[in-house]
Design a protein around this ligand. Sequence first.
Ligand SMILES: *Cc1c(COP(=O)(O)O)cnc(C)c1O
Length: 421
Amino acid sequence: MGAQPYYGPDFDLLRRQDPELAQVLLDELERLRGGLQLIASENFTSPAVLAALGSTLTNKYAEGYPGRRYYGGCEVVDRAERIATERARRLFGADHANVQPHSGASANLAAYAALLQPGDTMLAMALSHGGHLTHGSKVNFSGRWFDVVSYGVRRDTELVDYDEVRDLALRHQPKVIVCGATSYPRLLDYAVFRGIADEVGAWLMADIAHPAGLMAAGVVPSAVPYADVVTFTTHKTLRGPRGGGILCTEELAARVDRAVFPFVQGGPLMHAVAAKAVAFGEALRPEFAAYARRVVANARALCDALAAADMRPVSGGTDTHLALIDLRGLGVSGAEAERRCAAAGITLNRNAIPYDPEPPAVTSGLRVGTPCVTTQGMGPEELKEVGTLVAEAVRNPGGAGDVRERVTALLTIHRPYLSEY
Ligand SMILES: *Cc1c(COP(=O)(O)O)cnc(C)c1O
């Protein structure tokens, strides 16, 4: 018998009714069990989250909010959404939570819609320095509909240049300042961002898509006390279903809710809302705080092992779940390093480093993260070995077979969807 995903008897049903598609699910489980998953934005949800996702709540139309829906028969799904919002508020210490955004990008679209009109000015981190597409890239709605001013990191420290943020804010008077990033290994100083926003009368929006789980666990300082609006994803460090959410002050609650529905979205995905509730419940437990602490300790161990092999961590290290590696010392591009790692059974992504001389499809960097390997039970000792394996795979493509064997040895002990959550 092949590998079993967590669908129990329902999976056998799928296998009988649609073997072609069932095989895709089995192959994907096999793929993620068969290699090291180091993509910083991914994680492995619990079987309980998968169970909620695979539920009949997917059938229900529930446009609106609990107690004020535009369809009948919502009294049961209302309970799921109330539990989810109540847990999200408790988890982050927020006044208000909206758990309906389908993704992080949808949450950002709604947050902008709540705060801005087309043509308004916003200040956000440049994509090339670690920001996100939805923070004003020209190929995204945010860059098309708003007047975007971008800040970056300093060349010498590779840390956010707060003097530049302040100068740009004073000069351009943005209506919204966005802080948050997709490949920034260090902590952001939200108090400084708050001060700058207050100085120019801007809203402060924190996009914590990446560190949300670490903040929920209290392992890194939270943006919630400082920002007017906080957007997050539920599937990265938070280890829930793929999805998004928004936290905000009481003052903005009605504006944010109207922006999510009816402005940006139609019916919410109630099975995903239920799965978010399950994930928030898991994140409220002390075991999750221990998990998040280990994610960070593991990232440090991985980063140190890579640094010892001449793979320079941008900014000199990490305070979070991810590290950004400058490969220029090895003379290997990000794209080539990504390919060499894939050949050795290691999945990660090439990533631009600040002031990268290479184009985005090539890059000079790699991004690595520890949410997945930590979920499958690895600790700092194993991450030291993982660092050695990544370095070996990148430096010596001829030895991919040996590296793959050592990867397999690690995975026979730490297999995802076999250990306890
Ligand atoms: C991942 C990410 C998003 C988008 O999340 P999706 O669910 O992929 O839409 C938004 N902002 C930041 C900073 C991210 O890292």
